[in-house]
Design a protein around this ligand. Structure first.
Ligand code: MSP
Length: 526
């Protein structure tokens, strides 16, 4: 039976126009999804939108629309961008889906019936834009400690999820499962927070008179659900109704989808929403007696040319604009090569151009076009399936193993994986410099054949290794190398196709193609 793999992105607020931060997480999830499909796992990759809450309600009012009409329009911004960025998500969840709302209500009812939710009078400071309460101690001079905007004092009845009683269990769980929260610095942060503070209970309702755009509590219609409670449940509710028919139930007698897809392998999130996931979501699942996800990975943030990205600074990076200018694959590559996933990074067009010109145009693109030109010149494009040069093979196989290492993938070390792939690229360039095929063509045809096969084989391996990061580049390489469709062929040729000297059963004839990454000429890059 195929191993299953389930990866999620945060569900994005519909009010925002998608920016580089949204693109970052979603591309990361796509890299994982594509890689896991490649190695023959049954993959479910999920993204979506978070559509309830006060902000959406207000924005809709401002436009004279109902919240749902407003959300319907805004959702398109995300769906279109994912298509443009070659995101291969299996499903798109919206918290306004009826099925999702039903699951939220079911879970709330279950918690309520089990005494995990209680009604209490609450008095505290409320930040309307952030839709969250703060305690007296947390408020800074009448302002929200998070966004700095004024808070208002509110006293009202509300429902509370008894989160505090899970504090010790959560600490133990995180300690016992070292890769539950990654990277390690974030794990330590959460542990530090849990060990040095007393966890409170979580207010999970909002009175309807203040907020109507939400999911009603099944046990009290005067309240709607706090937006985070509703949003976090998406990861679970999606497994109940969005698993496509191509993903059959894994256990015998399953109803299709169902609990079989829970728990997720990875929740990818930004560092700012770690507490909601690591603390709220984990304890909610404990109370529901559901398994916890296998991993929550909190990535860093991008600054833009050294500055925080913000609407007021006018420096918000629009992914559409970047990919129109530089191409989707270059953008996808840059984001994961430039900065280790988990750390903060700085984005600038110049840094992107530098990566394109060096890693992509020079190292990779030139390698392929030089090889194709030589193959056409010396062998009319025909590549004889011989064997790789031994020393070259030994060196490259180490990097191939590194690029497919289970630990590297389960710890999302994308930059290390790319480093391994580029080791093979460099070593293949070195091979050409060392062997000088143009000389061999004159006096050593036998060696020339081995050298050319070695390069062909190495480029073939590079093609499938870059596939998760740069899917269309990989397909183009694969075809220029005289092979059929990468994804189909990989699936048909498993597992041997990943080994160094795999050979197709058909004759290989290559022809010169378009350069993969034309160099970008700018004043600085010259
Ligand atoms: N709706 C919630 C998530 C609910 S998940 C159950 C939410 N939505 S969001 O639209 O604000 O999400 C934004 C995502 O983009 C977060 O993961 C955040 O970390 C990420 N980023 C926002 N700005 C960013 C950068 N400058 N750099 C990288 N990621 C950033 O939060």
């Amino acid at each position: 039976m195929k191993k299953k793999f389930y990866v999620t992105t945060p569900i994005y607020y519909v009010n925002d126009v998608p920016h580089i931060g949204h693109a970052y997480t979603t591309i990361a999830a796509d890299i994982l999804a594509r890689y896991n499909r490649l190695i023959n796992r049954d993959v479910f990759s999920l993204t979506g939108t978070d559509e309830h809450g006060q902000k959406v309600e207000k924005a809709a009012q401002g436009k004279g629309k109902t919240p749902k009409e407003h959300a319907d329009l805004m959702v398109k911004n995300f769906k279109n961008l994912w298509e443009r960025l070659s995101i291969s998500n299996d499903a798109f969840i919206r918290t306004t889906d009826d099925e999702h709302k039903m699951v939220v209500q079911e879970l709330l009812q279950k918690l309520y019936d089990n005494g995990e939710i209680l009604k209490r009078t609450y008095s505290g400071w409320y930040c309307t834009p952030d839709e969250r309460f703060w305690t007296e101690k947390e408020v800074v001079e009448g302002k929200c400690p998070d966004c700095g905007r004024p808070v208002e004092h509110i006293e009202e009845d509300n429902y509370f999820f008894l989160m505090s009683k899970y504090q010790e269990r959560l600490i133990k769980y995180i300690e016992d499962n070292p890769s539950y929260i990654l990277p390690e610095t974030r794990r330590n942060e959460v542990l530090g927070f849990l060990k040095n503070n007393t966890l409170g209970d979580l207010c999970i309702s909002r009175p309807r008179h203040r907020l109507s755009w939400g999911i009603p509590l099944p046990f009290d219609e005067n309240f709607v659900t706090y937006v985070w409670f509703d949003a976090l449940v998406n990861y679970f509710s999606a497994t109940k109704y969005l698993v496509p028919p191509s993903h059959p139930p894994l256990s015998k007698g399953g109803q299709g989808g169902g609990d079989d897809w829970w728990p997720a392998d990875h929740h990818l999130i930004g560092k700012d929403i770690l507490t909601t996931h690591a603390v709220y979501w984990s304890t909610m699942l404990m109370a529901l007696k559901l398994p916890l996800p296998k991993n929550i990975f909190a990535h860093g943030w991008w600054t833009i040319e050294g500055k925080k990205m913000s609407k007021s600074l006018g420096n918000v990076v629009d992914p559409y604009e970047i990919v129109d200018k530089y191409g989707v694959d270059a953008f996808r590559y840059f984001l994961f090569r430039e900065v280790p996933f988990g750390l903060d990074g700085d984005f600038s067009e110049q840094a992107l151009i530098n990566r394109i010109n060096t890693d992509l145009a020079n190292d990779l693109g030139n390698l392929l076009s030089r090889f194709l030109a030589m193959a056409v010149k010396y062998f009319e494009g025909k590549i004889e399936m011989s064997k790789s040069l031994e020393e070259f093979k030994v060196y490259c196989v180490k990097s191939l193993v590194g690029a497919m290492d289970e630990q590297n993938w389960s710890h999302l070390r994308f930059n290390l994986i790319l480093e391994n792939i580029w080791n093979i690229v460099s070593e293949t360039n070195n091979l050409i410099a060392r062997e000088e095929p143009w000389k061999l063509a004159k006096d050593n045809q036998a060696r020339l054949k081995d050298v050319m096969y070695s390069i062909w084989n190495s480029l073939r391996i590079i093609a499938f290794l870059v596939y998760p990061f740069m899917p269309s580049t990989a397909e183009r390489m694969w075809r220029q190398l005289g092979l059929k469709s990468l994804t189909e062929e990989v699936r048909d040729g498993l597992p041997g196709i990943f080994s160094w000297d795999w050979k197709p059963a058909y004759e290989i004839k290559v022809s010169k193609g378009e350069h993969l990454f034309p160099r970008i000429e700018t004043k600085e890059a010259k």
